[in-house]
Design a protein around this ligand. Structure first.
Ligand SMILES: [Zn+2]
Length: 160
């Protein structure tokens, strides 16, 4: 590629002709083309990359990965900070669910956790290591999901 210089020719998108056309460079800042004159209509305007070049760049950016495209304002995809906020919301919800289930329950309401005990949904569990929890879901005859203060754990139950 030739280095552009003032007075030289360059392909630019003409804002008047609305086409990629040959322009004459009339102003530069460093190595950057600033102003051009359209050889077709004679208008002076800021240099704009040819549309074909911009399209190619956009296609390359889209191919390069979702990250670049997803920051574009098309609504649906989420940015990293939005994902972070969603994760925080889920975390707060989990803690509040746990607090509601545990709050004000007498010690006797908790069954000590043991792999031999068969638990039912909503039962309160006291675990030697993880503390108090509530059975969020009975997965099957051998596995339960227990919500503890620091997270949900899949635990064994009803093992003979
Ligand atoms: Zn023009």
């Amino acid at each position: 590629m030739k280095k552009p210089k003032t007075g030289g020719e360059i392909d630019s998108y003409c804002t008047k002709c609305k086409l990629d056309l040959t322009h004459r460079i009339i102003a530069m800042v460093g190595d950057t083309v600033k102003k051009v004159e359209c050889k077709t209509c004679g208008s002076h305007h800021l240099y704009r990359k040819p549309k074909s070049e911009r399209d190619a760049e956009m296609a390359a950016a889209a191919k390069a990965g979702s990250a670049v495209k997803k920051t574009k304002a098309d609504g649906a995809p989420r940015t990293a900070s939005e994902r972070h906020a969603a994760a925080e919301r889920a975390e707060r919800e989990r803690v509040s669910t746990w607090e509601k289930a545990i709050a004000g329950q007498p010690t006797g309401a908790f069954r000590p956790y043991s792999v031999k005990t068969l638990f039912g949904q909503g039962e309160l569990v006291r675990h030697a290591k993880f503390g108090d929890g509530v059975v969020a879901r009975v997965i099957d005859r051998a596995k339960v999901e227990i919500l503890f203060q620091d997270g949900t754990r899949t635990m064994a139950h009803g093992i003979e």
